[in-house]
Design a protein. Structure first.
Lengths: 295, 323
């Protein structure tokens, strides 16, 4: 595996770790099975690409993309809380609606950003190659997001969101406005995903209508892989775990891409990735079993 | 421990640097091919590239290192494939379809990239114009030369003056075709009448809105229209309105004729371009091309139902006559 391939995996893994953090909030903290992600990821990309192509600053574009993602999450939450649509269905409705919305925003299926300014090339220090700089800047962004999340979810409001997720009835009894907490949590979750979409569009040469397909699967895989590598009930560790999970998942894909020497072919890629992830999930169990036997 | 490791590490680094500097053995060339997804047309392009390379003297297993990766529809994977290929430093990367091509072009300014089956590489910003890019990118587009399409319309309906077109205004490729037709048709004394179908279910009503206003309906490879082509055929038969398509499959579904791209030939054309690069030409000196070889499919039965009679000359020139 080449350095380029490794750094590429790290870069894309870091972007998807923002998705994983979002999924952690919806699926784990709020216990809201949220598929909006498949729509809010390309939504972030679309908003960001269109604004940059329209001459706006990449920073403004990235911020707008994050807000757009948050609004999408807010609407999913609203469909569930106010219109009493079942959570999973509400998020599916939002996901399919966003497909059309994204086409509208982009005015077509694809908005390229190849030689345009991005947050990456605008901040790039002289003398540092872009393939080093992109993962480095992403690392800073992801760490900032992680720390902000750790802090927020230990404040009173953040704890209220977590309480809503773990026992809504009890939370209501404690005077927590659970509906508002679902809306807030969903907005933060999809805001992170929108940010990831914006960063993805800026590193991969543009936004494409197909870029949302399977985002939720990757996000969930990252969360689960992370939880199995680093099992912990504390949020500080959980956030770190899902970031690691997202990166590890990408390394597995890079590994699968380099598996041609054992006779595997391009069409086997997804299978190889699945097998590698399965191994990653089984090893911690085996380790625990062995430890138990040793005792 | 640290001290002991250092010499070994620097040795390793030296070895790495040496392999990086050593020119790949004069004979062995490497080509890396990626496509966004497995799809009959895109797979044909890939196979065509290989055929043309073999014809040019680059044979897989002999003097050509060939690798192929499909992103299986996932743009994240496409980006990772792009990074892997650039890390492998092949002599040329062939990127099939727009998202894969954008991922590769965004990630390298040095490794030669040949795109294929990209409809509008200029709009996709792969190349700044249809001239030689002076950079590391060139390729073959599957954009149809519209003058040939207009010729076909005239052959099918010789006295056509008003050409109707049903398309999805949200599809970039279709919008490109409409804009070009608006410029080209008046030069031939013809006019374009548009009918938009933002969803597949709108195709029927859009086609109906053209009845009485046009002499022929032309459609491009618009995804909405192609997926609902039967709706168009129904209107064409009811109103005796001839239909001309751009993809040969639609002829089997009831269009009178289509002059479409053979994607295997498109791949071979791409492969010939790759061979030129392997032989030392710079991608920046090669102009992006469009497909030179089109296939004509005709359907005389459909023509009869839609109220026209095809000339024998046209039927004879067809690559395939659908009954």
């Amino acid at each position: 595996m080449s350095l380029f391939s490794l750094l590429g995996a790290l870069e894309i893994g870091l972007i998807f770790s923002l998705v994983a953090l979002g999924v952690l909030i919806s699926f784990r903290l709020l216990r809201f099975p949220d598929l909006t992600v498949d729509g809010s990821f390309p939504l972030g990309g679309a908003v960001c690409a269109v604004l940059i192509a329209g001459g706006y600053s990449p920073f403004v574009a990235t911020l707008a993309a994050t807000l757009a993602g948050a609004v999408a999450g807010l609407i999913t939450g609203w469909l569930n809380v106010r219109l009493k649509i079942m959570d999973l269905l509400a998020s599916i409705l939002m996901m399919i609606a966003l497909y059309s919305v994204n086409l509208r925003i982009m005015g077509g299926p694809n908005v390229p950003l190849i030689n345009d300014p991005t947050v990456f090339n605008m901040l790039q220090p002289a003398g540092l190659d872009d393939y080093w700089w992109r993962p480095l800047l992403l690392l800073l962004i992801v760490m900032a997001a992680k720390l902000a999340m750790d802090w927020f979810f230990s404040t009173e409001r953040g704890l209220a969101i977590r309480a809503t997720g773990s026992n809504a009835r009890m939370a209501r009894a404690q005077g927590i406005h659970t509906g508002a907490m679902v809306l807030l949590g969903m907005a933060i979750s999809n805001g992170l995903v929108g940010l990831a979409g914006a960063l993805f569009a800026q590193t991969q040469g543009g936004s494409d209508i197909s870029m949302g397909i399977g985002t939720i699967v990757i996000g969930l895989a990252a969360v689960i892989v992370g939880e199995s590598i680093l099992p912990s009930r504390r949020l500080v560790w959980a956030t770190l775990a899902v970031i690691l999970g997202a990166i590890v998942y990408r390394f597995f894909i890079a590994l699968a891409l380099n598996s041609d020497f054992i006779g595997l072919k391009a069409q086997d890629l997804n299978l190889v990735t699945a097998v590698l992830v399965t191994i990653a999930l089984v090893i911690p169990q085996l380790r625990r079993k062995l430890a138990a036997r040793g005792r | 421990m640290q001290m002991n490791k250092l010499p070994w590490m620097s040795l390793g680094a030296l070895a790495l640097a040496l392999t990086a500097m050593a020119p790949a053995s004069a004979q062995e060339k490497s080509v890396a091919v990626t496509a966004i997804v497995e799809h009959p047309a895109l797979d044909s392009v890939r196979d065509g590239v290989q055929t043309a390379l073999k014809a040019a003297g680059f044979e897989v297993g002999k003097n050509l290192k060939w690798q192929y990766q499909s992103a299986q529809g996932n743009t994240g994977t496409a980006a990772q494939i792009a990074r892997k290929f650039i890390g492998d430093k092949p002599d040329a990367i062939v990127a099939i379809a727009t998202p894969s091509a954008q991922a590769v072009v965004a990630a390298t300014k040095s490794v030669p990239v040949v795109f294929s089956a990209v409809t509008d590489p200029v709009a996709a910003k792969l190349v700044p114009s249809w001239e030689a890019s002076k950079g590391n990118v060139t390729g073959v587009s599957d954009l149809l030369a519209l003058d040939k399409q207009i010729d076909l319309i005239k052959q099918v309906v010789p006295n056509a003056k008003r050409v109707g077109m049903v398309y999805n205004p949200g599809e970039a490729n279709s919008v490109v075709v409409v804009k070009q037709l608006q410029e080209l048709l008046p030069k031939q004394g013809m006019t374009l009448v548009e009918a938009s179908a933002p969803r597949s279910v709108d195709v029927s009503s859009a086609a109906r809105s053209l009845v009485g206003k046009v002499d022929v309906i032309y459609t491009n490879t618009d995804n909405n229209v192609v997926s609902a082509y039967e709706a168009l055929v129904k209107v064409g038969q009811d109103a005796k309105l001839p239909l001309v398509a751009s993809d040969t499959d639609s002829v089997k579904r009831g269009a009178i004729a289509a002059l479409g791209i053979n994607y295997r030939d498109l791949g071979e054309q791409t492969g010939r371009m790759v061979a030129r690069i392997l032989k030392g030409e710079k991608p920046g000196d090669i102009k992006p091309e469009t497909s030179t070889k089109l296939e004509l499919f005709v359907n005389p039965t459909a023509a009869e139902k839609q109220g026209v009679k095809l000339s024998d000359a046209l039927i004879k020139s067809a690559a395939q006559v659908v009954q």
